[in-house]
Design a protein around this ligand. Structure first.
Ligand code: ZN
Ligand code: ZN
Ligand code: ZN
Length: 369
């Protein structure tokens, strides 16, 4: 699985993209970009680990001597990449600077590189300007391979299994925090290695899209927004939102929930190659606005997902970069009029002629208790 998910040609693709962007080299410290290029899920430490991809010449991975075994055992160990260990008394920044070809004018530093590391690189290479490397990586990471889409499907199936357990966890009298704790446990039990977020927004808290689980007690007749996600052993993320209610919800909730279901469906149906993210956003937004809830839908329709739970492409007005097969993102319109709210979220992949959802649990309101 790993070789397919993290293929050998990635460092070469980054090198080509760096050259096209006019960068002398790209420097990637631990994080999603490094994992994407090498498969190495490196620890974020104060000691420097850095993949160096020169625009001309071979890429190499600088690692603290004590991390060498971990790097060798990771998929990075079988990429044919030179591993360059450094000892405690070495200056790894100088080491990188010395090994780079002469006359490098600009280096791309990973978007998530710690500022202290970027500054050390600046001091070691005073003649080289620095730019964010994200622009070089995004074109690659945005277009998912078949193996990456399969990893997202696996993540989708895992979070679907968690949502199927949620009706047993939500009961009148329990607090959001109690439910969230059980949901987090289920996220791990269903195959994730990490819980990324658990939103359990009951009643008025459901009208706040990023509400933190609180000690609020869930009461009968209250809708509950459950938005959950985690990271799989593959490194790929899940993210899905469903809505639950203890008994029958208020009548006005039923009304706007029907609009929301229609908007989520329309937005997903708009996905196909050549369509802009802006148009996909509008497909949901126009329906919601026509029903009089325009001001109650105040966030973008979606975000890309992969090795990060929020990445390019963003499904938002102003993004006119046409969709292509392999792009993966959430479709998650919401309506938040208060004193309750709702959001329906699937992860979809743009296919040759439309979309594929990786989430398959019912999108309707689930009555519990
Ligand atoms: Zn969000
Ligand atoms: Zn999301
Ligand atoms: Zn979500």
């Amino acid at each position: 699985m790993t070789t397919e998910l993290y293929p050998r040609e990635r460092p070469g693709l980054v090198r080509d993209a760096a050259a096209r962007a006019g960068l002398g080299a790209v420097l990637l410290t631990p994080g999603p970009d490094l994992r994407y290029v090498t498969g190495y899920d490196a620890k974020e430490l104060e000691r420097l680990t850095c993949l160096v991809v020169p625009a001309e010449g071979e890429a190499f991975l600088v690692v603290p001597r004590l991390e060498l075994p971990a790097a060798q055992e990771s998929p990075a160990g079988s990429l044919g990449l030179e591993l360059v260990p450094w000892d405690e008394t070495d200056d790894p920044y100088e080491l990188v600077a010395r090994r780079l070809p002469r006359g490098v004018r600009t280096v791309g530093v990973g978007d998530r590189m710690w500022a202290v590391m970027a500054l050390r690189f600046r001091a070691a290479m005073p003649d080289a300007g620095q730019v964010a490397a994200g622009g070089v990586l995004r074109g690659l990471r945005m277009r998912k391979s078949a193996a990456e889409v399969a990893a997202l499907r696996e993540a989708g199936a895992a979070i679907d299994r968690v949502h199927r357990r949620v009706p047993d966890l939500i009961k009148a009298g329990r607090t959001e925090r109690e439910v969230a704790r059980d949901v987090a446990e289920a996220i791990l039990a269903e195959g994730h290695t990490r819980v990324d977020f658990v939103i359990v927004g009951s009643g008025p808290n459901g009208a706040s899209p990023h509400a933190e689980p609180s000690d609020r007690v869930i009461r009968p007749g209250e809708p509950v927004v459950v938005d959950i996600g985690g990271t799989m052993p593959s490194g790929y993320c899940s993210d899905s939102t469903r809505n639950y209610c203890v008994g029958e919800p208020p009548a006005e909730y039923r009304e706007y929930y029907a609009v929301l279901e229609e908007a989520q469906r329309a937005s997903s149906a708009a996905v196909r190659p050549g369509v802009t993210p802006e148009a996909v956003d509008a497909a949901a937004r126009d329906l919601i606005a026509a029903a009089g809830h325009g001001e109650h839908f105040f966030h973008r329709t979606g975000h890309g997902i992969g090795l990060e739970s929020h990445e390019d492409p963003y499904i938002v007005a102003g993004n006119r970069e046409p969709l292509e097969p392999g792009m993966a993102f959430s479709i998650e319109p919401g309506i938040y009029p208060g004193p309750h709210g709702a959001r329906i979220e699937d992860i979809v992949v743009c296919t040759e002629d439309g979309h594929e959802s990786v989430n398959h649990t019912g999108r309707g309101l689930v009555i519990v208790g």
